[in-house]
Design a protein around this ligand. Structure first.
Ligand SMILES: [Zn+2]
Length: 239
């Protein structure tokens, strides 16, 4: 794994970019420099709820129940090794009508991995998910949003569109639901000002962590969006 500043600088120089530009291209969620990332469309009334790092038996079922009660379709970017442990839960997400995406097999930073490792991470997660749900996967989200040109090439060869987000809530850190909701409200306001849809990054994983604030925040986000006449879509609408 390449993590030292010197190694990052070497990778950046190899890619023909200054180090600052490399960090932007590889890690900034909406940067399009290394390849096309699906973020959102031009209709500010559209909103996608996306949940990463599941399936998680301590949080995903509660979320599925909430989404079903409000008749909202969301997107789940699943980690392959968690799908292997919880295939029935992955199946339930799909059977509930949600969109399922690939979030790699073991969740590494792909900006620092070899092409062979990147391919095996994405291909094994596709296999794990497709074995569990019996359907095809079309979307891919790189862990931490990190990528480099080869990540896009491999994802595309495997039939996947790469998706990031334009609203981040930092809900992997412990915080009250109200703080998650505030970030989403600010993000939607900003996206409306720029005439673009909202693609919200949330987390129902990792395995065995209860995500109570995220589930509670989801209830408020749905109520807000419905009151504002917004429509729930999945990133497939923006590919
Ligand atoms: Zn993740």
């Amino acid at each position: 794994m390449v993590t030292s500043p010197e190694s990052v600088a070497a990778v950046a120089v190899g890619a023909g970019l200054a180090v600052g530009a490399w960090f932007y291209a590889a890690l900034y969620p909406t940067s399009q420099i290394f390849g096309r990332v699906v973020i959102a469309g031009g209709d500010p009334a559209e909103l996608a709820l996306t949940y990463d790092d599941g399936p998680n038996p301590s949080a995903t079922p509660q979320l599925l129940e909430l989404l079903a009660n409000h008749d909202v379709r969301a997107t789940f970017f699943l980690i392959g090794e968690s799908v292997r442990k919880q295939p029935a839960l992955a199946r339930e997400i799909a059977a509930s009508g949600h969109c399922i995406g690939n979030h790699t097999m073991t969740h590494p930073w792909l900006s620092y991995q070899s092409a062979a490792r990147i391919r095996s991470e994405i291909a094994s997660a596709n296999a794990a998910i497709e074995d569990a749900i019996g359907g095809e996967v079309k979307l891919f989200r790189p862990p931490h949003g990190a990528r480099r040109p080869v990540v896009f090439r491999i994802a595309e060869e495997l039939g996947l569109a790469t998706v990031n987000w334009n609203i981040i809530t930092h809900d992997w850190r412990v915080q009250p639901a109200s703080s998650i909701v505030d970030k989403v409200r600010n993000g939607i306001r900003r996206n409306r000002a720029y005439h673009r849809g909202s693609n919200i990054l949330l987390h129902d994983g990792a395995m065995d962590q209860p995500r109570t604030p995220t589930v509670q925040a989801t209830a408020t986000i749905i109520a807000d969006a419905k009151a504002a006449g917004m429509r729930f879509v999945t990133p497939e609408a923006w590919v």
